[in-house]
Design a binder for this molecule. Structure first.
Ligand SMILES: [Fe+2]
Ligand SMILES: [Fe+2]
Length: 503
């Protein structure tokens, strides 16, 4: 699950900008409602407003109030949303789109046919769970307010049941979406929503018939009405999922959002750059997949997003695709650096950070992957070539000529990749791998980077570093556990039997 954004205070400027943006979206919302409810005058929409001035004022006041409540909620619970104009626009657009669909379906067919789980599903996938829960409440109430003034019969007769169904189906969808990791799994949410919705509609219809006293539930016309309304509920539940799957890529593209589905697709074996890495630089690919295990475990240990960590690990070294044979994990016997000066070697090796950054962006992959690719070595010296150069000269060496160009890690995730990357390579090279030797190597790696101030630009804490160290030791001692030495046995055939003897 994506990490919830951290709370912080807004500056005066940010207050003004966010209030103006909310006001702008309120105007758009009111305009949409006006077009929808006065639409019959144009003869196209078929929705009529209960026509009197007090109604208009009341509706306007309710919409202002709900928009204000939404603003205050974010101000208290997640102020960073208010600093992102893109996210505010996204949230209102999702609500506006749903409102248009809901009003039209309600007037033309039935309120039960509405895609009632659409808003929470889209907001959960595109923004987050907390926002989905609150937007589900607000959009249910906005639709309820508008429904209050509709003269369409199916709307007017079912205002309260529609509000209840919309709110509860949204919450059910959020509960099941929490576990969805692929677009296909979302289909199950449709079933999870449809079942309670259909039962509720059935019971509501039975209650209505029982209180009417005029006709029996067994009358054919009543049975067919119940079945028809349950059919609308089925249509609404299925429609929520179909519309979600259809609209999600559109919102992903327009608002440049990174959903859990997109991350999963980027980290699948079929992802283009990873396929290329596997075929052209198999050593780097294997290193990256082990690093992915480590990064996921480290991210989980300090509350960072595991899917983001996995993706960052898999893509951190794609810059090596440029010249794979210059990196030890892809060399088999012959070392091309033997024929180069240490300065030239260092230059080639450090360029993989910048090359990775460029390649990721030119492949239209997310910015955070590029950022971590360029930050994962920070400004660390390339020790091997620095040591080689020191052996070849008596004079002073400029260590910066043998160092990565940075920037240093800017996020906790980048710091995790930096530590786990170095630890994976160092532990792989160890002859004796037991918890003590692995622990010493990882501790040294973290201390060396702290001495060189590699974590000075990210908000990682000592407590995080301790958890990361313990996690890496745990995972790496498991990955590279020492095997029992197999005895050497020589086999031979004698009189049709296989016999063995110690070598
Ligand atoms: Fe690297
Ligand atoms: Fe690496």
């Amino acid at each position: 699950m994506r990490k919830e954004k951290e709370d912080r205070k807004l500056s005066k400027n940010e207050y003004v900008k966010s209030i103006l943006l909310f006001f702008l979206h309120l105007v758009v919302l009111v305009a949409i409602v006006a077009v929808l409810l006065f639409g019959d005058k144009l003869g196209t929409i078929g929705v009529t407003l209960k026509n009197n001035a007090a109604n208009y004022l009341y509706m306007l006041f309710c919409l202002i109030l709900l928009t204000g409540i939404l603003y205050v909620y974010f101000l208290f619970e997640n102020p960073s949303i208010l600093t992102s104009g893109k996210t505010i626009t996204l949230l209102f657009t999702v609500m506006d789109v749903y409102l248009i669909i809901a009003v039209l379906l309600g007037a033309r067919f039935h309120v039960y046919a509405r895609p009632i789980a659409l808003v929470p599903l889209l907001v959960f996938a595109l923004v987050g769970r907390r926002e989905a829960i609150f937007m589900n409440t607000i959009s249910s109430l906005v639709t309820f307010i508008v429904d209050n003034f509709s003269t369409a019969e199916t709307v007017a007769n079912n205002i309260y049941s529609s509000l209840f169904l919309s709110f509860s189906a949204g919450m059910i969808a959020i509960f099941f979406f929490n576990r969805a990791r692929t677009r296909f799994q979302v289909v199950k949410i449709g079933v999870a929503v449809v079942v309670p919705v259909s039962i509720t509609i059935f019971l509501l219809e039975v209650v209505e018939l029982a209180s009417g006293n005029s006709s029996s539930i067994t009358e054919i016309s009543n049975i067919s009405r119940i079945v028809e309304n349950m059919g609308f509920g089925l249509f609404g539940g299925a429609g929520s999922v179909i519309l979600f799957l259809a609209l999600l890529p559109v919102f992903e593209a327009i608002f440049n959002c990174l959903t859990v589905f997109r991350i999963r697709e980027l980290t699948s074996h079929d992802a283009k750059l990873l396929k290329e890495l596997r075929s052209k630089a198999s050593g780097t690919y294997n290193h990256s997949t082990t690093l992915a295990q480590l990064a996921e475990a480290c991210a989980a240990s300090i509350g960072e997003d595991v899917d983001y960590a996995r993706a960052a690990a898999l893509y951190h070294d794609v810059g090596k695709l440029h010249q794979p044979e210059y990196f030890t994990e892809n060399q088999w016997g012959y070392n091309v650096h033997d024929e180069l000066t240490p300065e030239l070697s260092a230059d080639i090796v450090r360029s993989h950070a910048q090359d990775g950054y460029n390649l990721i962006l030119s492949s239209h992959l997310p910015q955070f992957l590029a950022d971590i690719a360029i930050q994962h070595h920070g400004t660390m010296p390339i020790r091997y070539f620095y040591a080689k150069a020191m052996k070849l000269t008596d004079g002073e060496l400029n260590i910066e000529e043998f160092s990565y160009l940075g920037p240093k890690p800017q996020t906790k995730l980048a710091a995790i990749i930096m530590i786990a990357d170095a630890a994976e390579a160092a532990v792989r090279a160890l002859k004796e791998r037991n918890p003590e030797t692995v622990e010493k190597v990882v501790r040294d790696i973290i201390e060396e980077r702290m001495d060189l101030e590699q974590f000075a630009e990210c908000d990682i804490t000592m407590a995080d570093l301790t958890k990361i160290r313990m996690t890496i030791v745990g995972v790496l001692t498991g990955v590279y556990h020492s095997r029992v030495k197999y005895p050497q046995i020589k086999y031979k055939q004698s009189s049709g039997k296989t016999l063995g003897e110690n070598k």
